[in-house]
Design a protein around this ligand. Structure first.
Ligand SMILES: Nc1nc2c(ncn2[C@@H]2O[C@@H]3COP(=O)(O)O[C@H]4[C@@H](O)[C@H](n5cnc6c(=O)[nH]c(N)nc65)O[C@@H]4COP(=O)(O)O[C@H]3[C@H]2O)c(=O)[nH]1
Length: 535
C-alpha cells in the first residue's frame, strides 16, 4: 500500500514538475518574442522623437533672419521669440548667444548674468551646430541646448519623459548616437554602459536583447536593449497564472497516469488473485476433420469472469500475464485443471486436448514435471495432449528443440500455432519437430476473397500436400471456406465457428457423445490426386 502511495506521489510530482517546466519554457519563449518587439518599437520611437527634435530645431533656426530686425534681447526681440516658440511642443526655449553664453531667452527674458553653457554632461559638435546635453540652466535645472552662432534652442525636458517612464517600467535602455555610434549623444535607462559595450562587441551577453534603429538623413542611430528577465520583469500575475495553469495541467496528467497505472496494476493483481482462487475457467473448441466433419480433438481456451469487471478476454489478460511473468503460472493451472476436467474423455475417446503454451513453458522443468505428473495421475496417455506453441519470444529455438524431445519420450504432440503470422514462419517450421501446423485465421479469411493473402494460398497448399504434418485451418467461418478445403486439402482439419464455437465442458461432453471421433487428421500426402484448386 505504502509502495503504491509512494509511486502515486512520484507520478504527481513528476507530472507537476514537467508541466511547470513546459509552461515556463513556452512562456519564456513568448515573453522573449514580446520583449524583442518592445525593444524594437522603443528604438524606433526614440529615433522618431529624435528626428522630430532635430527637425524642429532646424525649423526654428531657419527663422533667425526674422529676428534680426530687432535689437537682440530687446522687448520686441523677446516677444518675437516667444511668438515663434509657441507652436513647437518639443522646444522649451529660444535664446540669444554671445561667446558661447546665453544672454537672454524667450522663457527667462534677459539674464542678470549671461548663462554659461560650460557645465554639461556631454558636448557634441555637428556641422555648424553645437549640442550641449544636460547643460546646467539653473541650480537643479538641466536641459539639452543646441546653438548655432548666436542662436540657441533648448529642447523640452519632457521630450523624452514617456521613454523614461517606459524605461523604468520594463528596464529598457537606449543610447542615441551618430550613425556608426562613434559619438553618443544621450542615454535613457540605468544599464546603458552594458548596452554600449554589447553594441561595440566588448561584451557578449546571450540574454541581453538589443535592437538598432537608424536614420541616415540625420546621421542618427538609436540602440535600445534590455536584459531578458527570467521572472518576467517581476510581473507577479504572469507567474501566478503560470503556476495555476501548470498546477492544473500537472494534476490532470498525474491523475490520468495514476488512474491508468492503477487500472493496470489492479488488473494484474486481480489476475494474480484469480489464479490463486482458481477463478479462471475453460471452454473447449472442437477441431474437425474437413473430409467427414468428424472430431479429432478439442482446444482448451481460458476464460476469466471477474466479479467486478465482468468478462475479460484472453487477448487482454494473456499478453498482460506474458508481460508480467504470470504466464507460466497460468499454463501450470491450465495443464493441471484442463487435463483433470477432460481426463475421462481423453481416456475413453480417440481425441487430443490442445493446450496453448509459451516457449518459456516448454523449457520450464516445473511445467514439464507438472504435465508428466498430471498425465500419470489422470491415467491419460501423452499422445492425447497437443501443446500449441503460441508465444515465441521467451525462449531460444535451440533450447526449445531440445526440450521438445523430452516431451516426445512421453508421446506428447506439438503444434505450431498461428502459422503465416509474424513469428510463426518457415524457419520455426524447419527447425522444430512439430506434429501439427495451425494456419492462422488471416490466411483462412482470404479464401474466396480478393485479399492479398489469397496469393499465398496456392503455394501453401502445394507445400502442405507433401508435408507429413497435420494441417489445421483456424477460424473457418463459412461453407465456402469448408468446401474450398474439402476440394484442395481434404485430409486437413479445421476449427472455427462454422463448425462450433468454444463450448462449456458439459456441452463438449454432449457433442463428443453424438459426433464420430477420429483421433487425428491424416497427415498430408495421401489423397493428393483428388485436390482441385477452387479459389
Ligand atoms: N473470429 C473467429 N474467432 C475464432 C473462430 N474460431 C475460433 N476463434 C477464436 O480464435 C482463437 C483461437 O485461439 P488461439 O489462436 O490459440 O489464440 C488464443 C491464445 O493465443 C490465447 N489463449 C487463450 N487461452 C489460452 C491459454 O489457456 N493459454 C495461453 N497461453 N493462451 C491462451 O488467447 C487467444 C485468443 O483466444 P480466444 O479469444 O479464446 O479466441 C480463440 C477462439 O475463440 C472463428 O471462426 N472466428
Amino acid at each position: 500500500m505504502i509502495k503504491v502511495l509512494k509511486k502515486s506521489v512520484s507520478i504527481y510530482i513528476a507530472a507537476l514538475f514537467l508541466s511547470f517546466a513546459f509552461f515556463y519554457i513556452v512562456a519564456q519563449v513568448a515573453y522573449y518574442a514580446f520583449i524583442q518587439e518592445k525593444v524594437e518599437d522603443y528604438a524606433e520611437s526614440i529615433l522618431a522623437r529624435s528626428d522630430n527634435i532635430i527637425l524642429q530645431v532646424r525649423e526654428i533656426n531657419a527663422l533667425r533672419e526674422e529676428f534680426s530686425v530687432y535689437t537682440p534681447c530687446s522687448d520686441p526681440y523677446l516677444h518675437a521669440l516667444r511668438k515663434r516658440l509657441w507652436p513647437y511642443p518639443l522646444i522649451k526655449d529660444i535664446g540669444y548667444v554671445e561667446d558661447g553664453r546665453i544672454i537672454c531667452s524667450a522663457l527667462w527674458g534677459k539674464y542678470p548674468a549671461p548663462l554659461s553653457l560650460n557645465v554639461f554632461k556631454n558636448k557634441v559638435s555637428r556641422g555648424s551646430y553645437t549640442w550641449v546635453f544636460d547643460a546646467m540652466i539653473e541650480s537643479n535645472i538641466t536641459a539639452d541646448v543646441v546653438y548655432n552662432n548666436n542662436f540657441s534652442v533648448t529642447v523640452s525636458p519632457f521630450a523624452f519623459t514617456r521613454f523614461r517612464e517606459e524605461s523604468t517600467r520594463w528596464g529598457l535602455n537606449a543610447v542615441v548616437g551618430d550613425f556608426n555610434h562613434k559619438q553618443h549623444f544621450f542615454r535613457v535607462g540605468n544599464n546603458t554602459s552594458l548596452l554600449e559595450n554589447i553594441e561595440h562587441g566588448k561584451v557578449h551577453d546571450l540574454f541581453f536583447i538589443a535592437e538598432k534603429s537608424c536614420d541616415a538623413r540625420h546621421d542618427i542611430c538609436v540602440v535600445a536593449g534590455v536584459r531578458h528577465s527570467f521572472v518576467f520583469n517581476d510581473n507577479g500575475y504572469i507567474l501566478v497564472f503560470l503556476f495555476c495553469v501548470a498546477s492544473l495541467v500537472g494534476l490532470i496528467i498525474g491523475a490520468l497516469i495514476s488512474k491508468n497505472q492503477h487500472e493496470n496494476q489492479s488488473l494484474l493483481t486481480r489476475l494474480e488473485n484469480a489464479i490463486i482462487n482458481k477463478e479462471l475457467h475453460f471452454v473447449y473448441q472442437p477441431l474437425y476433420r474437413v473430409k467427414d466433419k468428424s472430431i479429432i480433438g478439442v482446444e482448451v481456451l481460458l476464460r476469466w469472469n471477474d466479479k467486478q469487471m465482468g468478462n475479460i478476454g484472453p487477448d487482454i489478460f494473456i499478453p498482460l500475464a506474458e508481460e508480467n511473468g504470470l504466464i507460466n503460472k497460468i499454463s501450470l493451472y491450465v495443464v493441471e485443471h484442463a487435463i483433470k476436467e477432460c481426463g475421462a474423455a481423453l481416456r475413453e475417446k480417440d481425441i487430443t486436448l490442445s493446450i496453448n503454451v509459451s516457449c518459456s513453458d516448454i523449457c520450464s522443468k516445473t511445467f514439464y514435471q507438472r504435465l508428466v505428473d498430471t498425465l500419470q495421475h489422470e491415467g491419460v496417455a501423452g499422445k492425447h495432449i497437443m501443446l500449441e506453441i503460441t508465444e515465441r519470444q521467451s525462449g531460444r529455438i535451440e533450447d526449445i528443440m531440445q526440450s521438445i524431445q523430452l516431451y516426445k519420450e512421453h508421446g506428447v504432440l506439438f503444434a505450431l500455432d498461428d502459422f503465416g503470422t509474424g513469428y510463426s514462419n518457415l524457419k520455426w517450421l524447419s527447425m522444430l519437430d512439430v506434429d501439427e501446423i495451425k494456419i492462422d485465421k488471416s490466411i483462412t479469411d482470404s479464401i474466396g476473397t480478393q485479399s492479398i493473402n489469397r496469393h499465398i494460398l496456392p503455394g501453401l497448399i502445394a507445400m502442405f500436400k507433401d508435408m507429413p504434418r497435420i494441417i489445421v485451418f483456424e477460424g473457418v467461418e463459412n461453407e465456402a471456406q469448408h468446401l474450398f478445403l474439402q476440394g484442395n486439402l481434404p485430409e486437413s482439419c479445421a476449427q472455427g465457428w462454422y463448425f462450433s464455437k468454444a463450448l462449456a465442458f458439459s456441452e463438449i461432453e454432449n457433442l463428443l457423445a453424438q459426433v464420430k471421433q477420429t483421433g487425428e487428421c491424416a497427415v498430408q500426402g495421401a489423397d493428393n490426386d483428388a485436390a482441385v484448386m477452387t479459389s
